[in-house]
Write a protein that binds this ligand. Structure first.
Ligand code: T46
Length: 134
């Protein structure tokens, strides 16, 4: 699977009571969802991630607060700031990721295309670089 990242905009439904975003498998989420997890109460100054996935597709949505993703495909690096519940960061294939600058109130929701599988992780940066550039 080719490395691919994209920032998706979700339609916000709302009225005078407030806002609502609906995520529907294969409609506005570009894969079938097998797992949902969320990262919260991340301590100040903490950097997480430091890995790539071989096959996993994920959609990361900051439903509260903000954080930044560093994404690298082996040749280019970019930082994506997430601070909105109506934006989703799609990450597919071999992409090295680090997450940092979590606000105190950050809740990072992740939709994933597969069940948890440690064998899908590449946690060694040199191994990632070798695979990404071969
Ligand atoms: C990713 C980024 C964005 C599980 O048992 N089940 C799960 O579904 C997950 C996601 C994690 N775990 C275990 C594995 C570790 O022992 O929870 C512990 C913490 O996971 P990890 O250190 O991988 O967390 P992050 O924040 O570095 O990375 C996570 C995801 O693991 C990863 O897939 O892309 O968030």
């Amino acid at each position: 699977m080719k490395p691919y990242t994209e920032l998706l905009d979700f339609k916000t439904l709302g009225d005078d009571r407030g806002s609502l975003v609906a995520l529907e498998e294969n409609y506005n989420t570009p894969f079938a969802i097998k797992r949902v997890y969320y990262i919260f109460e991340t301590k100040s100054g903490v950097r997480r991630g430091y890995h790539a996935h071989k096959y996993l597709k994920q959609l990361a949505i900051c439903i509260s607060g903000s954080c930044t993703f560093l994404l690298e495909d082996g040749t280019t690096k970019k930082d994506i700031f997430l601070d909105s519940p109506n934006k989703g960061l799609l990450i597919e294939g071999l992409v090295w990721r680090e997450m940092y600058d979590f606000s105190e109130d950050c809740i990072l929701l992740i939709l994933a295309s597969e069940h948890f599988n440690e064998d899908d992780y590449i946690r060694d940066y040199d191994t990632f670089l070798k695979l990404a550039t071969s």
